[in-house]
Each structure stands twice: as structure tokens, then as C-alpha cells.
Design a protein around this ligand. Structure first.
Ligand code: IMP
Ligand code: MG
Length: 172
């Protein structure tokens, strides 16, 4: 039987969200900030960060798809949904649940640079640092996590377990 073991509690996550949101609110004061959530995994983190930010912000979403492990071009990522807000000249902050190989966020950094955003930075809750294949600058980061399959707080296993208020890992 598969079990889910708790790795990061609801309370630890909420404390981290508050401190990240405080830094973001200070760093982007008097700037046009667009928070861009990466669907679907980042939605819960996105909502919590959004509520805790004390400056006015625009918000929008992107969705990407990466090819499966069976394909040789594992790193190739393509855009399924783009933002509707005009980002040219505005400061983009990508909000993502987890960084693993790094391909997704590397692709998105380049995507928003092409749109001539004034700046493009990343806020990621979880960093599976030991698995990184491409170097990606992380301006705001929540927790470094071990190389385990994580679920909860937006992260899924075959589209399930996104609703858990904590982050856990699957064990047998
Ligand atoms: P990357 O391009 O390898 O950095 O992929 C990051 C994406 O892979 C995240 O947005 C997640 O959707 C997914 N992902 C990576 N690790 C996990 C995990 O442990 N649980 C659930 N999804 C994961
Ligand atoms: Mg994701």
C-alpha cells in the first residue's frame, strides 16, 4: 500500500509564505509587478503568496507541457497556455511549486525575456537541488527538498493529492 508521509507541515509552509511575501512586497514597492503562476501545481502557493503580498499586483497564469521520460528530448518544454496581461516593461515574478531538472523554469525565463519584460525572476517553494540539469537563478526559494516524489500543497501524483495542506512524500 502506498502511504503519504509528511515532510513539510502546513504551519511551516504558511510561515515561509509570509516571509517570502514580505520580501517580495519590499523589493517590488512602486514597481509594476506581474505574478505569473505556473499551472496547475503552483495554484495553492500562488493564492497564499498573493494574499500575503501588500502591494498592488497584476496576476496571470501560464501552463507548460514537457515530453515524457521515454522521449530522448526530455528537456523540451512547450507552452500550452500563455499570459494575457501585457508584460512588456513590467516586472515578472514566476511563481512555481517545485524545481527539479530546471527545464521548465529555464524555458519560462527565456519566454518572458523575449516579451521584453523589465525583469523576470523566480519564486519557488521547493527546490530538488540534487537533480538540477540546468542552472536557474532562484531569487526567492522556500525549502530545499530531498530527491523523493512529493505530493500535496498543489503537487500531484497522477493528478491526485493536490489538495493536501502539507507537502508529503510517497512511501510504500
Ligand atoms: P523541471 O522542468 O524538471 O524542473 O520540472 C518541474 C515540474 O515537474 C514541476 O512543475 C512539477 O510539475 C513536476 N515535478 C517535479 N518534481 C515533482 C514531485 O516530486 N512531485 C510532483 N511534481 C513534480
Ligand atoms: Mg509544475
Amino acid at each position: 500500500m502506498r502511504q503519504i508521509k509528511k515532510l513539510i507541515s502546513d504551519r511551516e509552509i504558511q510561515n515561509k509564505v509570509k516571509s517570502l511575501a514580505k520580501k517580495i512586497s519590499k523589493d517590488y514597492r512602486a514597481k509594476d509587478l506581474v505574478l505569473v503562476g505556473v499551472l496547475k501545481g503552483a495554484v495553492i502557493f500562488f493564492g497564499d503568496i498573493l494574499k500575503s503580498i501588500s502591494i498592488p499586483v497584476y496576476m496571470d497564469f501560464v501552463q507548460v507541457s514537457s515530453y515524457g521520460a521515454s522521449m530522448s528530448s526530455k528537456g523540451v518544454t512547450k507552452l500550452k497556455k500563455d499570459v494575457e496581461v501585457r508584460v512588456k516593461g513590467k516586472h515578472v515574478l514566476l511563481i512555481e511549486d517545485i524545481i527539479d531538472y530546471g527545464y521548465t523554469l529555464d524555458f519560462l525565463l527565456k519566454h518572458f525575456a523575449k516579451k521584453k519584460a523589465a525583469s523576470v525572476n523566480i519564486c519557488v517553494l521547493l527546490d530538488k537541488v540534487s537533480r538540477r540539469m540546468v542552472d536557474v537563478p532562484l531569487k526567492y526559494k522556500g525549502f530545499e527538498v530531498p530527491d523523493k516524489f512529493l505530493v500535496g500543497y498543489g503537487l500531484d501524483y497522477a493528478e491526485k493529492n493536490r489538495n493536501l495542506p502539507y507537502v508529503g512524500f510517497i512511501s510504500r
